[in-house]
Unconditional design. Structure first.
Ligand SMILES: Nc1ncnc2c1ncn2[C@@H]1O[C@H](COP(=O)(O)OP(=O)(O)OP(=O)(O)O)[C@@H](O)[C@H]1O
Ligand SMILES: [Mg+2]
Length: 344
């Protein structure tokens, strides 16, 4: 399952929900976030330790013992100093050997053995990877191959990857059969969903929104979950009594916008160099829509090639992505409008 979309649309919220749903069904869950300096191997290995040690018990069946032994060998493949102890004698168990050093071989083995052990009790293994666009090309290729083999071999494992809109394209380049994955674009909400996101939690606390107040916040947020959350929260805070009026909403949106400008947007803007800022400004006339790299170059009076480094670092910093070859777009809704508000 591949969840992809812009910043702040709710990918992490959904992934967390998946984890909770899986855990409620007694599935073993590994929830990791790519983009730190840790490799996929290490993230997965460390993510497995907690759930596996919860399962380890003297009465463990042979499948579980096998999974534990394989997980131990997997740990040894990236950490020669640390060892895990599940407090069990695994010397007689089968399994292990997930330490060949070849990621595909080792990860397949550990996923397979752990999922089969979970499958013994009718459950499975859920591997949830956030910010998956930050995995290396090798790691994505490996994951694509494992996801494929898991499906073919009827191993009870679910992989859910969440990332920026570039993720499907990156996966497609990683492995040809990636078209078999289930892709879910996560987008801004519909109008009635956006209203429900404001009205329902408020009414649970005995508070109502007037129609005008609601329209104002929904319009200002452009129905983006993160902005709805921010503007809704500020409106709630300024309102007195049990009704959120249009004046509360106006003030709430202004405060929320200020908050976003000084946090959400500024944090990203401040991470860019002068050359990168020029590139971003040249993207602004399109607003939130995508723009051809040739058009950006023309506006700056430069060649596309000479702007390659700025473009690459902006992608690396997560500010823009390439929806297609020769096209760039902001990863953050409203970024262009924010940049327009900044004095050059
Ligand atoms: N279903 C939801 N219910 C309530 N709030 C939500 C929901 N989905 C998203 N939000 C709000 O939007 C915010 C952003 O959601 P989330 O962090 O999941 O986005 P994201 O797509 O992971 O963004 P990023 O790409 O920046 O990681 C949440 O902190 C929350 O305030
Ligand atoms: Mg997220």
């Amino acid at each position: 399952m591949i969840l992809y979309g812009l910043r702040g649309v709710g990918k992490t919220v959904l992934l967390t929900r998946l984890r909770k749903d899986a855990a409620a069904r007694d599935w073993l869950t590994v929830h990791v976030e790519a983009g730190s300096r840790r490799s996929l191997r290490e993230m997965t290995g460390e993510g497995l330790y907690g759930p596996l040690s919860d399962l380890a018990r003297p009465s463990a069946g042979s499948q579980l013992l096998r999974a534990l032994k394989t997980a131990l060998s997997f740990k040894a493949s990236y950490d020669s100093t640390g060892t895990w102890s599940f407090g069990l004698d695994l010397s007689g168990a089968s399994g292990g050997a997930a330490n060949s050093g070849v990621l595909l071989t080792d990860l397949t083995k550990v996923v397979h053995d752990v999922a089969m052990a979970a499958g013994e009790s009718g459950a499975g293994l859920a591997v949830l990877i956030d910010e998956a666009q930050d995995l290396t090309a090798d790691e994505l290729t490996t994951l694509a191959a494992i996801m494929q083999s898991v499906a073919t071999d009827d191993v009870p494992a679910l992989f859910a990857l969440a990332g920026l809109p570039s993720l499907p394209q990156t996966l497609a380049e990683a492995k040809s059969y990636s078209e078999r994955f289930r892709y879910h674009p996560i987008e801004k909400l519909g109008r009635s969903e956006a209203e429900a996101a404001l009205v329902e939690p408020a009414s649970g606390e005995g508070v109502r929104w007037t129609g005008d107040a609601l329209s104002h916040v929904v319009a200002a947020a452009g129905t983006y979950p993160y902005f709805l959350q921010q503007f809704g929260q500020e409106s709630w805070n300024v309102a007195d009594g049990t009704t959120i009026e249009v004046n509360d909403a106006r003030l709430g949106v202004a405060l929320g916008q200020n908050h976003l400008d000084n946090g959400f947007f500024r944090a990203r803007w401040d991470r860019t160099t002068g050359a990168e800022k020029s590139y971003l400004r040249a993207m602004c006339p399109e607003g939130d829509r995508s723009v051809a790299t040739g058009e950006v170059a023309a506006r700056l009076g430069r060649s596309v090639g000479s702007l390659g480094p700025a473009r690459a670092t902006l992608i690396h910093k997560g500010l823009i992505y390439a929806p297609d070859h020769g096209i760039v777009a902001f990863t953050v809704p409203g970024m262009a409008a924010f940049i327009d508000r900044q004095v050059p």
